[in-house]
Write a protein that binds this ligand. Sequence first.
Ligand SMILES: [Zn+2]
Length: 319
Amino acid sequence: MSKIYAGVDLGGTSFIAVVANRKGRVLGSAGNTTTPGAEPQATIQQIGDCIVEAAKEASLLPSHIRAIGIGAPGAVDLKRGIVVRAPNLGWSDVPLASTLRKRLGPDVVLGNDVQVAILGEHAYGAARGTKRAVGIWVGTGIGGGLIARGRIDRGFRGAAGEIGHMLIKEDGPVCSCGRRGCVEALASRTAIERDVRASETESAALRIMKERNKDRMTSSVIERALKENDPVMTEVMARAQHYLGLLAGNVVNLFDPEMIVIGGGIAQRLKEAFVAPIAEVARSRFLRPDPEKRVQIVHARLGDHSGALGACALARQMT
Ligand SMILES: [Zn+2]
């Protein structure tokens, strides 16, 4: 049987499919944007087309693929292969796995996008070789996942890893979950944008957004504003990093992992400049200091293909 896997990183507005060998070397890739408001069946058709295209680039047929993994932006039912709820796609109860399997042949395994990205870092990236690692993904929200003995630990009800909703400041701002003071409401890209916009002094980030015709404060806008030494962004970012440091400190005290991997758009752009202040705050919170067996706090390394490669790792693990 072949050792070739396909992985799909399915996002709210676009997706990317890769075909890779078991070591995570990308042999072919293809991507597309999703049409807003499209029927799920039409999007699944597009995904199937891209897997075929990626295989073709690798000089393979879909039948050469051992299994297909897909990271979906929302809640999935692993056993039934169903995307239960993906608000960004407008999907609920979509039988993604069976539809693709009928068309292409190989088994299809689903996972949540953040957990899949963390699995990718464990299989092929920063956390390779660790037995116990925690991923913290900072984007529109904050997601996470615990890797124990090389696998994602999903918890008793499959609900583990909701790191973004750890309470950090009881009277803090309202979170997407409706509660107050979750770290997601204090340190996600959405929270950073809210705080920058609320500042009395106008941030350079707003000018950069206008210049680039963007209505969202993307990670690249944040990076640019920091490069320009924008005082508002510098202050807001330092505060977000402080809260992420408290989160990472709590995580270490609870799970004692070998490594914390910090990923997502901002980490991908700022790398060590993002992670170092977080690590410093986290270390100040460790109940057990770690001069010898050091807990590593690092940024994710897989870059643009992280989600799709993680989906390959998921496929590899489940088959
Ligand atoms: Zn919350």
